[in-house]
Design a protein around this ligand. Structure first.
Ligand code: HEM
Length: 487
């Protein structure tokens, strides 16, 4: 009763044709061949890939109670003891983490973070004028909320230590980074001297604990010495019993949120810049709109977005064109489910192929082109005359649906909205030139491996759009507090 899928070999299943990384490209090709719901065999394990919006709505949202688990991941178990929220199994511990996280991330609570996010976005413009880098802004925003502690420079001791650990951790959890430890458990017993991944796991665990429990200790010290700064983790520590969080969970709550907040929006902004360079016509239209509404003498405010349909369309089109998590985050079925005559077996991994949906030529006109105009024609950017039912699609689909959907959606979207307006208002993004003066064309398909992904480093030219704007950025940066050096 499984959904159809590519032909399998005995024992291997589809392992011989399984992509090594960037699964979403091959998954999308198979979707065009086998349909919006198909199955794969990875050794003895089953995976189901959903590239059909109605199936996603039904299985991941309406039947979320049955599909909210995550597949077991041995590496995550070794490093975090299963307490990294986004990778955690559907359990009481996950519930405690998630419920607590919600209290700072509700739509109402997220409004309180906007002034801080604006200040961080202002520093991003200042940083770009001097030394372009997008990660610091994302990390500093979430650190401010959680611990009342900024990341003034990328080189700040704890910020640099975090990213050093995080990039290793990110690579470690990327599909294909280790031998198939979950599909073939015997591989876990390879002695450490032949299994470098074991050493990396042990080191990453030490690095994470030093950081996350270090932040927690600093917070506890502040609370005990009456020097509170009003941050969220102080509140968590004071209400630890009521929230059902022991120290281990409290440490990983902070860690999970720092991790989730420190690259997603930064990668989004890199994809935006890449798209604006590759599609200068869209960049020009966006600049014309922002100039009309904001002009040269002040910086944009979040409220301006209401009057900027084209920029709103650019924001949505970037999510569609290069979704930060092309396959969202994999789920696992807790029970047998039946859908349109197919069995979705208990224990199978479920991938939601956001890439495949967003790049479906039946749904979107010319899906490979960055074309914000599509979101001016229809709410979801789909073709005005659709031959299929896409009424279950939502503009914020990239944040997932159901019980595991992104709890950071409002916080993330505010950050994206402010940063996109700021960047388009402030700078011209164009191709760099080589030694002969020829343009270095950017490759919009050269992306890093990982569950969340962004463009591989690319050369480009970023210039302030006017001297007046550059001066305004510098003065607002100083007014918003400038650096608080802490190296
Ligand atoms: C571009 C920005 C972002 C995108 C596109 C995004 C998208 C997602 C997606 C697709 C998931 C998994 C949904 C699923 O399994 O169905 C997720 C989970 C999660 N996100 Fe985000 N996210 C973003 C930013 C953030 C930020 C800024 C935070 C924190 C403040 C955050 C916190 C989390 C957490 C904690 C989870 C795990 C939830 C769970 O497993 O229960 N995300 N996100």
């Amino acid at each position: 009763g499984l959904p159809p899928g590519p032909p399998t070999l005995p024992l291997l299943g589809n392992l011989h044709v399984f992509p090594k990384h960037s699964f979403h490209y091959q998954f999308t090709e198979w979707a065009r061949q086998y349909g919006g719901i198909y199955s794969l065999k990875v050794g003895p394990r089953t995976a189901v890939v959903l590239t059909d919006v109605a199936a996603v709505k039904e299985l991941m949202e309406k039947r979320s109670g049955s599909t909210a688990d995550r597949p077991p991941m041995y590496v995550a178990e070794l490093v975090t003891g299963g307490l990294q929220m986004a990778l955690a199994r559907y359990s009481d511990k996950w519930r405690s983490l998630r419920t607590t996280a919600h209290t700072i991330l509700t739509p109402q609570a997220s409004l309180r973070h906007i002034p801080m996010q604006r200040a961080e976005a202002t520093q991003l413009l200042h940083d770009i004028l001097h030394d372009p880098e997008t990660y610091r802004e994302a990390n500093s925003s979430i650190m401010s909320v959680l611990y009342g502690k900024r990341s003034p420079r990328y080189e700040t001791r704890q910020t640099a230590a975090f990213y050093k650990m995080f990039h290793v951790w990110d690579r470690l959890t990327a599909p294909g980074a280790t031998p198939p430890l979950d599909a073939i458990p015997i591989l876990r017993y390879i002695p450490e001297r032949f299994a470098k991944w074991k050493q990396i796991c042990a080191q990453t665990r030490r690095d994470q604990r030093k950081l996350y429990f270090g932040f927690l200790d600093e917070t506890r010290d502040r609370v005990q010495s009456g020097c509170e700064n009003g941050s969220y983790m102080e509140e968590v520590l004071k209400r630890q019993d009521e929230l059902g969080l022991d120290t281990e969970l409290a440490g990983y709550l902070g860690g999970s949120l720092i991790e989730a907040g420190s690259d997603t929006t930064a990668l989004y902004l890199k994809s935006l810049i890449l798209a604006l360079i590759a599609h200068p016509d869209a960049q020009q239209k966006a600049q014309e709109e922002i100039d009309r509404v904001v002009g040269d003498h002040r910086m944009p405010a979040l409220e301006d977005l209401e009057e900027m349909p084209y920029i709103r369309a650019v924001i949505l089109e970037t999510h569609r064109f290069r979704p930060v998590p092309p396959l969202l985050v994999p789920h696992r079925a807790l029970n047998d489910e039946e859908y349109k005559g197919f069995l979705i077996p208990k224990g199978c991994t479920i991938f939601v192929n956001a890439w495949g949906i967003f790049h479906d030529p039946m749904l979107f006109d010319d899906p490979e082109t960055f074309m914000p105009e599509r979101y001016l024609l229809t709410v979801n950017g789909t073709k005005p005359e659709l031959e299929m039912d896409a009424s279950d699609l939502r503009p914020n689909f990239v944040f997932g649906v159901g019980r595991r959907s992104c709890p950071g959606i409002h916080f993330a979207q505010h950050s994206i909205n402010i940063n996109v307006m700021f960047l388009i208002w402030a700078f011209n993004f164009s191709t760099a030139t080589d030694a002969e003066g020829d343009p270095i064309v950017v490759d919009t398909f050269k992306y890093e491996k990982g569950i969340v992904t962004g463009p591989s480093p690319f050369k480009c030219k970023i210039t302030p759009r006017s001297t007046e704007k550059a001066e305004l950025i510098e003065s607002e940066f100083v007014e918003s507090g400038g650096y608080v050096l802490e190296i």
